[in-house]
Design a protein around this ligand. Structure first.
Ligand code: PLP
Length: 432
């Protein structure tokens, strides 16, 4: 065990996730690559943790942050006017597509979702919330409550009264083999049943990820949320789209993941990629909903001058370079290479993705059961070959790839080929 790992284990919580048998320390980054303390360089197919959407050491972002620091104002207070914060809010309000939108900045996705839940529950005067099975929304008391993933639920207690909906569980016996249309109809019938039988009449909101991040990039069929929204509207229930992983053009086919469902949410939450590594998150919501809170509010560090300088530069870069189009163009380069493995390698279950978000399910070649061990083995193999990928999923068996949106075609091919090689090696070892 390295000295740093021993020190980490001594003073950091045992439940803090660490990748690899021998965890690495990343000490430098340039472009879409990082270097560890041993001098090994990796192509980063997970963009940090879906945070570095422009990769590393981007001059535009670095210079914007340096300019802010040079002014001597790293932080004063959000009690004063902050020009960068207002400019960023204007851009996000415009990009949200939400009418009369207003923005509140936080430091993380958890706080963003916590704020959205506060807005919705206060607006509706109800602690009843709908959430999705297999979802992840953060690690605070309220966001754990709406998280539908056992692996991330530390508390059995809840400040909210939560009912979970279907949407990414087509492997359940009741849904197996259904067409998209039939599955959506079954999900909607279940939602109607939940509202008619399991809840009081004043449900506050549905919170959902358009593609479930921690849940293994599980994808509800396109159109599910439009069908849900029709029912929600009948009851005045608000819709919150958690875009912490799917925002900023990552899915290639819309600036927000929810775009694929033809729905405008009442509130949309964001974080991760916006600051390209600097901590910033937030909520953009209909003005009346945002203004509906009556008590004073402040986030001490939310939307601070340095984070908003980074975020303004990052967002401008995304728009100026049309990175959504890059995600749409390069997604298939990776995905089309991975898809055939689902039929040809016994350890590969499903392969799916959209834009620069891809997932591979690892399964036991004998039983077809989810195999977190094989996912771990692929992680080790890719690392050995100079590629960083993520893992996740309800059963820990999903490989997750979300490279920077600045990925080049050459890097897309390189990452794809390393991944294929690693999957073949792990398959050969497992099958014998
Ligand atoms: N929502 C989603 C969809 C996420 O993936 C995450 C983090 O992974 C969060 C919320 C929580 O964000 P944070 O870790 O910044 O609190």
């Amino acid at each position: 065990m390295s000295d740093l790992l021993a020190r980490h284990r001594a003073v950091m919580p045992s439940w803090l996730a660490l990748y690899y048998d021998a965890p690495i320390e990343i000490t430098a980054g340039k472009g879409n690559r990082v270097t560890d303390s041993e001098g090994r360089t990796y192509l980063d197919f997970f963009a940090g943790i879906v945070t570095n959407m422009l990769g590393y050491d981007v001059p535009e972002v670095r210079e914007a942050v340096e300019r802010q620091i040079a002014r001597g104002v790293v932080h004063t207070s959000t009690l004063y006017l902050l020009r960068g914060q207002v400019e960023l809010a204007e851009k996000i309000a415009r990009l949200s597509g939400i009418p009369d939108a207003k923005v509140f900045f936080t430091n993380s996705g958890t706080e963003a979702n916590e704020t959205a839940l506060l807005l919705a529950t206060c607006a509706r005067g109800s602690d009843q919330v709908l959430a999705m099975r297999n979802s992840y929304h953060g690690r605070s008391y309220g966001t754990i409550a709406v998280t539908g993933n056992r692996g991330w639920k530390n508390s059995a207690l809840s400040p909210l009264n939560v009912h979970y909906l279907h949407g990414t569980d087509r492997d359940l016996p009741a849904f197996r083999g259904m067409s998209d249309a039939d599955y959506i109809a079954a999900c909607v019938a279940d939602l109607r049943d939940v509202l008619a039988t399991a809840t009081a009449p004043d449900v506050a909101c549905l919170i959902a990820e358009p593609i479930q991040g921690v849940g293994g990039f599980a994808m509800p069929p396109d159109g599910l949320f439009a069908a849900y929204k029709e029912v929600l509207d009948e009851h005045g229930i608000l819709f919150v789209s958690d875009e912490v992983q799917t925002g900023w053009g990552r899915t290639g086919s819309g600036f927000w993941g929810i775009g694929n469902h033809g729905v405008t949410p009442d509130a949309l939450t964001f974080a991760k990629g916006l600051g390209n590594g600097f901590a910033i998150g937030g909520v953009v919501a209909r003005g009346d909903l945002m203004d509906g809170l009556t008590a004073n509010g402040v986030s001490t560090f939310g939307g601070n001058p340095v984070s908003t300088a980074a975020a303004n530069a990052t967002l401008d870069y995304v728009l100026d370079h049309d990175l959504q189009a890059n995600a749409a163009r390069l997604g298939p380069v990776v995905l089309d290479g991975l898809r055939p493995l689902a039929g040809s390698l016994a350890t590969v279950g499903a392969v799916r993705g959209r834009g620069l978000m891809f997932a591979v399910d690892m399964i036991d070649p004998g039983t077809g059961a989810p195999s977190p061990e094989l996912a771990g083995a692929v992680l080790e193999e890719t690392r050995r070959r100079g590629l960083l990928v993520g893992k996740g999923g309800l059963r820990g068996n999903v490989l997750r790839m979300a490279p920077p949106l600045t990925l080049t075609e050459e890097e897309a091919r390189e990452g794809r080929d390393i991944l294929i090689e690693a999957l073949r090696t792990v398959n050969a070892d497992a099958v014998g």
